[in-house]
Design a protein around this ligand. Structure first.
Ligand SMILES: [Fe+2]
Length: 382
């Protein structure tokens, strides 16, 4: 049942309420409020291009074919979301909640218990992050088609093996979670008050051992379920990998959004990027709870970040530290970092490849990703 809201009860400053008011306005009837809203939008949007694109400024859906740049950016993001979905699916089968929203797998009790040492709600969060990624790629692909562009399908590359641990489905995968080299430098990057990777600054990893060698983030088989410190180290690796993946999305959406043309595509980029940030912030908080330990099977050591006296390592400093942005003469500010747009897509693929996430993939797979990334990086705002 739709409920009509009297205009006088709608705050003019509430964007959602204004949009709702406009939607309920009979065709041809122009209220003072909707005139104010659209009038402001014309000022902001009329110079952006042809009428089809400017309509997004009115809050109405954009129509017409996407620019080749916008399509390339969305196609790259669709591919990235498909890859994210594939990896999250593997985490969910063994350590999340398996249900009709995120089907597949039957869980690994010991792995799940180890994850729950980071937070008792980890299975729920893993489930929800997985569901979010599945909806992200399905939406972007459907949106591409609705705007006359080709969707992305990577199914032909689902050839990597599944974990043999009880609980995992035995199907082909796009990503490899069993030989990761996890870059945890995002931890100190978001805690630094003087550096920003947009200026070329480098950051120390929170877990130095994870930057060298290759480590499973899911049990490879039931052999990995013991000894206790070994499966805990695997769960800890997952805990940090979650943050590594989601900080990437947190940066990548604003990086690419700077080059889109259509206001509705910008709306997609902003709306998706914010959710990646919500994921990142959750995982950053949980990673800080990873128990300090050394894996007796391979020496992988997780430091005690909770009791660190170093401000760039301390676990509870999860709010982004204000730092330099745009120009070092400007005041320090709390921001997503990095957000430089040049090379954002190819950089993301290089980062994920260095992570070991695609170990075992075919040359054709890398060729497709490289092409999608190159086309996205060549996109310009028209
Ligand atoms: Fe996503």
């Amino acid at each position: 049942m739709s409920i009509s809201i009297p205009h006088d009860n709608v705050a003019e400053t509430d964007g959602a309420s204004v949009a709702q008011t406009q939607a309920e306005e009979p065709t041809g009837g122009v209220s003072r409020r909707s005139f104010l809203a659209t009038g402001a939008a014309i000022g902001a949007g009329a110079t952006l291009g042809p009428l089809g694109r400017a309509t997004a400024a009115f809050g109405a859906p954009s129509s017409g074919t996407l620019t080749s740049g916008d399509a390339a950016i969305l196609r790259f993001r669709a591919a990235a979301e498909i890859l994210e979905s594939d990896l999250w699916q593997q985490y969910n089968e063994l350590g999340g909640i398996q249900d009709s929203e995120v089907p597949g797998g039957s869980g690994s009790r010991r792995y799940t218990e180890a994850l729950e040492r980071l937070d008792e709600d980890m299975p729920q969060y893993i489930h929800d992050n997985t569901q979010d990624e599945l909806t992200h790629f399905a939406f972007i692909n459907a949106y591409l088609e609705s705007r006359g562009a080709e969707p992305v399908n990577l199914d032909r590359f689902r050839e990597l093996p599944s974990s043999k641990a009880t609980g995992a489905q035995q199907i082909g995968r796009l990503t490899n979670l069993m030989e990761l080299t996890v870059d945890t430098s995002w931890w100190t990057r978001y805690r630094s008050s003087t550096k920003n990777s947009d200026f070329g600054d480098k950051f120390a990893p929170a877990v130095p051992d994870l930057a060298h060698g290759s480590f499973p983030a899911i049990p490879r088989s039931d052999e990995d379920l013991k000894p206790r410190k070994h499966i805990q180290a695997i769960a800890n690796t997952a805990g940090f990998h979650f943050g590594t993946i989601e900080q990437g999305g947190t940066s990548n959406y604003p990086q690419l959004a700077q080059r889109v043309t259509d206001l509705e595509v910008l709306r997609v980029m902003l709306s998706f990027g914010g959710v990646e940030t919500m994921h990142f912030q959750t995982w950053q908080d949980k990673a800080g709870n990873a128990p300090a330990l050394t894996d007796p099977t391979n020496g992988l050591t997780f430091p005690n970040l909770k009791e660190s006296s170093d401000e760039e390592l301390k676990a509870n400093l999860i709010m982004p530290e204000p730092t330099v942005f745009l120009n070092k003469s400007l005041p320090a500010v709390s921001i997503v970092r990095p957000t430089k747009t040049a090379g954002a897509a190819t950089g993301a693929i290089a980062f994920l490849t260095a992570d070991g996430l695609f170990k075992g993939q075919s040359p054709a797979f890398f060729e497709v990703l490289k092409t999608l990334a190159k086309e996205a990086d060549a996109a310009i705002r028209e």
